[in-house]
Write a protein that binds this ligand. Structure first.
Ligand SMILES: *Cc1c(COP(=O)(O)O)cnc(C)c1O
Length: 449
C-alpha cells in the first residue's frame, strides 16, 4: 500500500488519527446491519452453531475420561457467569459516573483444560480434525458411535502418525497442544516473541515441540504455516484464516441464552445486553459475537477491546483494508502488557464478517490494563491475565465518550440503560503460575484506579 493513501485515510478520519497517535478511542461501527439482514450475507447460520454444539456433545464422553476436571460438567467445557458488585462499586466511585445496569464477568479464565477462551475454538478445531481423520481411516464407522473410544490406546496409536502445528502468542498453543497431545498427535507450536517462558515450559512438559521465533505473531504464524504445509501428515491450526476456530467460538456466544435465563437475567427490547470482548486477531470475540447475535438479535450489543499499541481490528475496519493493513503501517506496535492481544494484523475472515455484526470497538492503554487487573484482584479476589481485563472498562467508555453516548441514543436506549446487563468477557488467567501472577500484580499495583 502506498504511504500517501494511508496518510490521506488518517487525515480524513479523526478516530484513525487518534489511533495513530496511540490515544484511546471509542468507535461506533457505521456498517452494522440488523442480524436478519447480516446473517444471510455470510456463509454461516444457526445450522453451523448447532452442528458445532453437536460435535462438542459427541466428544463429551471422551473429554470426561481424558480430563477428569470436566466430570462435574460431564465433559462439556463451559464457564460460570458472576456479578462483580464490588468492582462495579469501585469503578463507579472512581469515574464518578455510575454504570447504569449491572456488571457481570464471564469467567472463561476458569474454563477447564486450558483456562482461556481459546479452549472454545482451539479444542473444537482439534476435535473436528481428529473426527475427520477417524472417519476417513475407518477408526469410526459413524458419528453415532460412543466417542469414549478416542481415549483408547488404539486411537492414541492411530493419531501418533499425524502432526498438528500452530503459531501463537501462547494461549492458542496451550489449548491446541494440550488437546492434541492427549489424543496422541505430535504437536509443534511456533511461539512469537511475546510468549511467556512459563507457556513454553508448560507445553514442553506435555511433550510438545516448541519453536521460539524472535518475531511478532504474524511472522510466527507464517513460519509455522510454511513448515506445516511442507509435511503432508501435518495439519495447521491457522489463527488468521480458520473457519473451524470461529465456529468453535460461536457456541460460547449462543450458550449465553441458557446461562442468562438460568441466572434470571432478562434480555429484550427493554433490557439491553452489552458484551465487551478482548480482541487479538478477532477469532474469539468474532465467533462469540456471531453466536450472541443469533441468540439475542438486536437486543445484544457487542464491543471489542484492544490495546492502543495493537488495535488491529480497529485499523482493519476503519481503513476497510481488513488483513491487508497492519498496525505497523500506522507506526504503532511494540510490546504490550496484554500479550494475548498482541496481534498486528487482524483476521480477514473475521474482520469482514464483524463489519456487519458488532457495535464497534475501543482501545485501552497499558496503564488501564494494569489498573483493572489490580483493582479486580483487590475488590473481588479474582486474578485475570492482562489481556482478559480489557472488557471491564467497556461500560464506562459507553457512558463517558461522545461516541458511546451517540450509540446509546441512536439505538433508542437512553431510558433503558438502568435495566441493562453488561458482561465483561474475562478471557484467561487461572493457569498463570503464582510467580508470574505476582510479577503482574506487583507491576500493576501502582496503577490502581
Ligand atoms: C487469544 C486471546 C484473546 C483474543 O482472542 P483472538 O481470537 O486472538 O481475538 C483474548 N484474551 C486472551 C487471554 C487470549 O489468549
Amino acid at each position: 500500500m502506498s504511504t500517501i493513501t494511508m496518510d490521506q485515510l488518517i487525515n480524513s478520519n479523526p478516530v484513525l488519527n487518534n489511533i495513530k497517535h496511540s490515544k484511546e478511542v471509542f468507535w461506533q461501527n457505521p456498517m452494522y446491519l440488523p442480524v436478519k439482514e447480516a446473517t444471510p450475507k455470510t456463509n454461516y447460520s444457526m445450522i453451523n452453531i448447532e452442528d458445532s454444539e453437536a460435535r462438542l456433545q459427541r466428544f463429551a464422553s471422551f473429554i470426561r475420561i481424558a480430563f477428569p476436571e470436566t466430570e462435574e460438567t460431564e465433559g462439556i467445557i463451559e464457564s460460570p457467569l458472576s456479578q462483580i458488585k464490588e468492582m462495579q462499586a469501585h469503578l463507579n466511585e472512581t469515574f464518578m459516573t455510575p454504570i447504569e445496569g449491572k456488571l457481570w464477568l464471564k469467567r472463561d479464565d476458569l474454563l477447564p483444560i486450558s483456562g482461556t477462551i481459546k479452549a472454545r475454538g482451539a479444542i473444537y478445531e482439534v476435535l473436528k480434525h481428529a473426527e475427520n481423520l477417524a472417519l476417513e481411516h475407518g477408526m469410526l464407522n459413524s458419528m453415532e458411535e460412543d466417542y469414549s473410544v478416542f481415549a483408547s490406546e488404539e486411537f492414541e496409536q492411530f493419531f501418533s502418525q499425524f502432526h498438528i502445528a500452530v503459531g501463537t502468542t501462547g494461549n492458542l498453543g496451550i489449548s491446541v497442544g494440550t488437546m492434541a497431545r492427549k489424543l496422541g498427535f505430535n504437536v509443534t507450536v511456533h511461539m512469537s516473541v511475546e510468549a511467556k517462558q512459563w507457556k513454553k515450559d508448560y507445553l514442553r512438559s506435555k511433550g510438545v515441540e516448541v519453536i521460539e521465533h524472535d518475531t511478532d505473531f504474524s511472522r510466527a504464524v507464517e513460519n509455522g504455516r510454511a513448515e506445516s504445509d511442507a509435511n503432508p501428515q501435518s495439519y495447521f491450526v491457522d489463527d488468521e484464516h480458520s473457519e473451524e476456530l470461529f465456529l468453535g467460538y460461536t457456541v460460547g456466544g449462543y450458550r449465553m441464552k441458557k446461562q442468562l435465563e438460568n441466572e434470571g437475567v432478562v434480555v429484550d427490547a427493554d433490557h439491553p445486553l452489552f458484551v465487551y470482548l478482548p480482541c487479538g486477531i478477532g477469532g474469539s470475540p468474532g465467533g462469540i459475537t456471531f453466536g450472541l447475535k443469533q441468540a439475542f438479535g438486536e437486543h445484544v450489543h457487542c464491543f471489542f477491546a484492544e490495546p492502543t499499541k495493537m488495535p488491529s481490528m480497529l485499523v482493519g475496519l476503519l481503513t476497510e483494508k481488513y488483513d491487508e493493513v497492519s498496525v505497523f503501517d500506522l507506526g504503532l506496535g511494540g510490546l504490550t502488557i496484554a500479550d494475548g492481544l498482541a496481534v498486528p494484523r487482524t483476521s480477514g475472515l473475521v474482520a469482514k464478517l464483524m463489519r456487519t455484526f458488532f457495535g464497534g470497538g475501543f482501545s485501552v492503554q497499558d496503564d488501564v490494563f494494569k489498573a483493572l487487573l489490580s483493582s479486580l484482584y483487590e475488590k473481588e479476589s479474582i486474578f485475570l491475565e492482562p489481556a482478559a481485563v480489557a472488557g471491564m472498562i467497556g461500560p464506562y467508555r459507553m457512558a463517558t465518550t461522545e461516541e458511546g453516548n451517540d450509540y446509546i441514543k441512536s439505538k433508542g436506549l437512553s431510558d433503558k440503560m438502568h435495566q441493562a446487563t453488561h458482561i465483561a468477557w474475562a478471557t484467561g488467567g487461572s493457569m498463570v503460575p503464582e510467580k508470574d501472577r505476582n510479577v503482574f500484580l506487583e507491576e500493576s499495583k501502582a496503577y490502581a484506579l
